[in-house]
Structures are given as C-alpha cells and as structure tokens.
Design a protein around this ligand. Structure first.
Ligand code: 9PG
Length: 645
C-alpha cells in the first residue's frame, strides 16, 4: 500500500495504483469547534505536517504486514488552553475501492464492553437495539448513538467492510490505552456516505504547547474478513503488551446458581465436594462472586452471610489445594460505604463539584472511583495487596466500565480521558495484586483492559433460561443467543489480547429452565469456542448425566483450534461454527439453531473427509459429495466431526 499527501488530504493506493481510499482528511475538534488540516507537506520519510487555526497537525505512516498504520496528533498553538473533543480521520465520499453500493456491503461492528452487541450488519438495518437505560454503559458515546436511523452504524475499536465480492477492508485501532476510539459509518445507495475513525478527547484539557495524540489506526485489506480480524487482534495485542498466558485455567464460580443469596455455608459445601472429588473435578480455582461484601467499597468486610470473613475462606480453600478467587467491582462506591464517607474526594465529581452519582445498586446510590486521583490509586493498590496477602490468587473485576460513565464527570486530573482514568486505576490494581496473580476483567471497557488483565469476559451473562419471558429482547440483554453471538464473533480476540471468558457452563437439572437441547447447545458453544472454563452448578445436586457434560469440557480447555464462524459475513448471530479438534486435527462443524422452528443446514466441505459423525447422537453421515446436510430442532445444536477416510 502507498500513501501520498495531496493538498488537504491523503490518498491511499493498493498495489497497481488503484485508489483504496481516494481522500482521507484529518479534523481536530476542540471547544465545540472543528479545524481541518490543510496543505499537508512532507517533513521527512512518511511524515507530514499541516497547520490551520492555531493547530499544528502531524501524521506519520508506515506499511507493514500488508497494512497501513496511521499515527496522528495535533499541538495546541492557539495560545490558550482548549478542551479536546476529538481527532478524526474522515474518508470523503469519492470514487475508490470503498465505493461499494450499500446493498452490496456488510459491516462488522464491534462493541464497547462485553455486553455490547457485536456482529455484522447490512443495508437497511440500524445500530443494535439497546435498552435506553443501559445505553450509557453499552456504548462509548451514547449521544452519538442513533438506533432508529437506518444505515448508520457505530463501531468501537475496529470495523470491517465486507463487500459481496473482492477484498474486505479492516480499519482498527491497534492502541486503545488512552482514548475512546471508534468508527462512524453510513452506508449510501452507491457508496458509503460516511466513514470516520475517531479518537475522542472527552473534553480533556490541552494546555498551549501540549499535544493530543490519536490512537494508532491500521487499515488492512484482504480477501478473508475473519483472517483480517485475527491478524488485527495479534497486532493490537502486541501493541498493548498482552500478558501471554499459554495456560487456560478452570474453576468454579458461585454466581449463577446462588446469585446474591450465596452464603459461606454454600461456598464451604461446594469446596468440600471439590476436595473430596478432586480426581473427577480437577478445578484450579474457586471464585466467590457477588454477595459476600458488606458494601461496594468495603471489600475486606463481609456481611452476616459470611460470618467468618475472607481470610478464613481463603485459608479453607487453600487448605483444600484449590486457589481462592474473589469478585469485586473496584470502581463502584456505594453511598453508605465507609470509603465514601471517609474519602469523598476519591470519587468522580460533576462540573458543579457534586458527587457524580452514576448508577444504583440494590436501592443505594453509587459513585465511581476516580482512577486519576492519587489517593484512589493508593487505595486500590493497598486493597489488592491486602487481598493477595490474605491468599487470593484470582480476582474477577466487574463493572469497571462505570469508571468511564459518570455523567458530566470531571476527573482530578483535568488532562485525563475516561479511558486513562479507568486504566490508571486498573494499573494500580495490577501493581497491588502482583504480576503473577490472575485478573479476570468483566463488564469493562474491552480496549482499556488489554495488557492489564489475564482474561476478559467477552459476552453478557449466560442465564438458566433461553430468554426472559415478557421482556423486550434488547441486543445486549442476557439471553443464550446474545451470549453465543458475542462468544463466536469475538473468538478472534482469544489469546491475542487475553484469554477469552465466554461465561460459565450450566449443566444442572435443578434451578434451571434450559431444556436438554438448550443445555447441549450451550455446552457445544463452550466446547467449540474454548477459553476460560468456569463451572457454577451446585455439585451436590448435579445429576450424573449432566455432570458428564461439564466433564467433557473439563477434559481439555481449548479443545479446538482455528475456530471461526462460517456465516460471519451474512449473519449477525452466526449459526455455522467451524473448528479443528486439536487432538486429531479433524474438522468440526457446529450447526446452531437459535430460531423457533426446525432448521435445515446444508454446507459444502472441501477436505478429504467423506463421512461425519454427529457428536451428540453418534449418528454417521455420509458426505461423499462434500455436502453436509442436517435438520436441527429449535434451540438445538449438532456437531459434525470429520471421520478420516
Ligand atoms: C454479580 C454479577 C456476576 C456476573 C457479571 C455481572 O444490569 N444488571 O443488573 C446486571 C447485573 C449483573 C450483571 C450484569 C448486569 O452481571 O457479569 O458474572 O458477577 O455481575 O452481580
């Protein structure tokens, strides 16, 4: 790829001089104003400069790995402090390779947090339907989310344009540590009417002479959109210095059986079972979830359901040869917590100087810890050092996206963005907890966590029912299809950025409204997708035939490689999943029917295998002609393993 400056914009060409993007412009936004870079000039190899309106722009480009990397920044030369809104790359609607009519284009849109919907969308569709009450936590810039407007989409971190023929184009930020960085895309009749890559300033203060640096943008064309995402995630993870963990752990988590009613006795009952049946259930961690704490913010103090406290439990777990884990929501500070009473300055305030109440928790108002405040950082460091000292080796850090979500929030450091606030807090946590202990990120800003967490939840919560009755089915709502959508579409992140956590296995017969088919579908999804494996059923009441499902998953984590959705381009919720069984290399096709009617699946298989064995029924299917065909009942899944001829 080649890039040239042409007066006010850049022209990007593929090999052969074909314009991939005919004109890309850079605009700075501050104090509610917009200033465009004008008259770019070269100032060294692959470096360019431009000035306009008291702003000095710089751009740097490099080609590598078949892609083009774009760095950009601007310096405040206005003579006065400004509040930064954004630095934005915009493609002008021109004739170039991107000029594909909307009806022939699909777009992969990525989400802000684990719960946010991800998947491909197309002509005539709108941004995903999000519960309006949850919107501030599901997207990075709720004000710019326009669900009712067809053909306008937002995407966080990365997007892929997938035409019906020819190369796809991935555009993705390969650094995500400092800014909200996102895409705004509008499809048009003959060509995209808008394609913007934005690094947000969050109105952080930029003093005269200071420079605002955008996150680095990668443009990557290629024929296989999924391969582009895999490659992108690898580069993104490298830039963010992912924590390489070759080992994918297993464990037991208290939430999805006991929920907030969990007691010390419940934990001890399951611990005793795990200790006694170690050979059958070789689980590494026992993680106590939400329900033990006295208040959000008073994490070392337990409530009356946990009379012997955290140290006692950690000791009991360790004595059983299992590693203790604990759930916390480290940025959430409940009104009644002693932390807030003693240190009101540690939380985010609004522009009037009042505490910025951000959410509610079981009837109490919640403020959020200001990750830029040195006192708050010291508090986090000390808290997590104490947890490590008590014996915890694993923490599940939940609801960290609130660190970015305070309405009209003002940070202690006026030059910091929301992402920096979160990340500074999380870095303090990592420092206190130690480099070798395990951190699982949950309900957090995906891009801000990379490099600091070991594992990351990549979907919303799995539920012991298919989808709630009489409730609107929002795209981020906890339902089995929504969870599966995120698990497979985000499989490209696994072990490139962190270990993916697809959420827990549910196998039980009691306290569960999932049918036999539904439990098998969820087991199939977890088996195929791999990642962190957490069980959460009550061992004492787990029926033996259902226990076999968990044991199948437990036999080996990441049992499949090269996992990908085959209908990625055309289905927001992919229903044909592919992988190779790691033990044998055999190809495996998963047919997932998320619908309400029986569905006939038919796909082509190109490999040498002429027969497939369906895992759950044991049935053999001849596939001489290379076609695999099967009918799958509603909410069912069939797994076809290739049989070597
Ligand atoms: C503990 C749980 C579990 C779970 C997390 C997270 O919007 N909500 O009301 C909401 C409640 C719970 C929730 C997400 C959203 O789940 O994903 O694994 O730890 O918290 O409270």
């Amino acid at each position: 790829m080649r890039i040239t400056a042409e007066k006010d914009g850049f022209r990007i060409e593929n090999g052969g001089g074909v314009p991939l993007i005919a004109e890309l412009r850079l605009t700075a936004g501050f104090n509610g104003r917009k200033v465009e870079a004008k008259n770019w000039r070269s100032c060294g190899p692959d470096r360019f400069e431009a000035e306009n309106g008291g702003i000095r722009f710089r751009a740097g480009v490099s080609s590598d790995d078949g892609g083009l990397f774009l760095k950009s920044e601007f310096t405040n030369e206005t003579g006065s402090p400004v509040e930064v809104d954004f630095l934005r790359w915009s493609r002008l609607p021109e004739r170039d390779s991107l000029a594909v009519p909307g009806p022939r284009l699909r777009v992969y849109r990525e989400g802000w947090t684990m719960a946010s919907a991800c998947g491909t969308v197309g002509w005539g569709e709108t941004d995903f339907r999000c519960n309006p009450d949850y919107l501030p936590f599901a997207v990075s810039v709720p004000e710019r989310f326009e669900p009712p407007k067809p053909n306008r989409f937002t995407s966080e971190y990365v997007t892929v344009l997938l035409p019906d023929e020819g190369d796809s184009l991935l555009a993705g930020f390969v650094t995500t540590a400092d800014r909200v960085c996102r895409f705004e895309i509008e499809l048009g009749e003959t060509a995209p009417a808008g394609f913007d890559a934005v690094s947000c300033g969050d109105r952080a203060r930029l003093l005269p002479g200071e420079t605002f640096r955008a996150e680095e943008l990668l443009l990557l064309p290629g024929p296989d959109a999924w391969a582009l995402l895999r490659k992108y995630a690898g580069i993104w993870g490298d830039r963010m210095q992912l924590r390489r963990r070759d080992h994918t752990p297993t464990g037991w988590c208290s939430w999805y059986y006991y929920f907030s009613k969990v007691t010390e006795a419940d934990v001890l009952e399951n611990l005793a079972y795990m200790k006694e049946h170690r050979a059958e259930w070789p689980l590494e961690y026992l993680q106590i979830d939400d329900g033990y704490q006295a208040a959000l913010g008073n994490w070392l103090v337990t409530n009356e359901k946990f009379p012997h406290g955290l140290r006692f439990l950690a000791e009991q777990i360790r004595a059983a040869g299992i590693k203790p884990g604990l759930w916390l929501a480290p940025f959430m500070v409940e009104e009644r917590s002693s932390l807030l009473v003693e240190h009101p300055d540690y939380v985010v305030h609004d522009s009037r100087g009042d505490i910025a109440w951000t959410t509610e928790w079981r009837g109490s108002r919640v403020a959020v810890l200001d990750g830029t405040h040195p006192g708050a950082q010291a508090y986090l460091r000390t808290l997590f050092r104490s947890l490590a000292e008590i014996g915890f080796e694993y923490v599940k850090l939940d609801f960290m996206m609130y660190a970015c979500a305070a309405k009209d929030g003002r940070f202690h450091d006026p030059g910091a963005t929301r992402v920096q606030a979160l990340r500074r807090g999380l870095a303090a946590i990592r420092e206190g907890f130690g480099d070798d202990r395990f951190i699982l990120g949950c309900t957090t800003v995906l891009g801000a966590s990379a490099g600091l967490v070991d594992a990351e939840r990549i979907s919303t919560d799995i539920t012991p029912y298919w989808r709630p009755d009489n409730r609107e089915d929002f795209a981020e709502a906890p339902t089995v299809p929504n969870v599966c959508r995120n698990v497979i579409n985000r499989r490209y992140m696994h072990k490139a950025l962190w270990i993916n956590d697809p959420d827990v296995h549910i196998a039980r017969l009691d306290n569960n409204r999932l049918s036999e088919e539904e439990v098998r579908l969820w087991s199939s999804a977890l088996w195929l997708a791999g990642g962190l494996l957490l069980l959460c059923d009550r061992f004492e009441s787990l029926a033996p035939e259902r226990a076999e499902l968990s044991k199948l998953l437990l036999r080996r984590t990441d049992a499949f490689r090269d996992v990908r959705p085959l209908d990625f381009r055309d289905s927001t919720v992919p229903s044909v999943w592919f992988g190779r069984f790691a033990e044998t290399g055999a190809p495996v096709y998963g047919f997932f029917n998320f619908g309400e009617e029986p569905r006939r699946f038919a796909i082509r298989h190109d490999g040498p295998e002429t027969a497939f064995k369906e895992h759950w029924s044991g049935q053999l299917l001849e596939a001489d002609s290379g076609r695999i065909e099967a009918e799958v009942p509603p909410h069912g899944c069939r797994l076809f393993f290739g049989v070597t001829p």
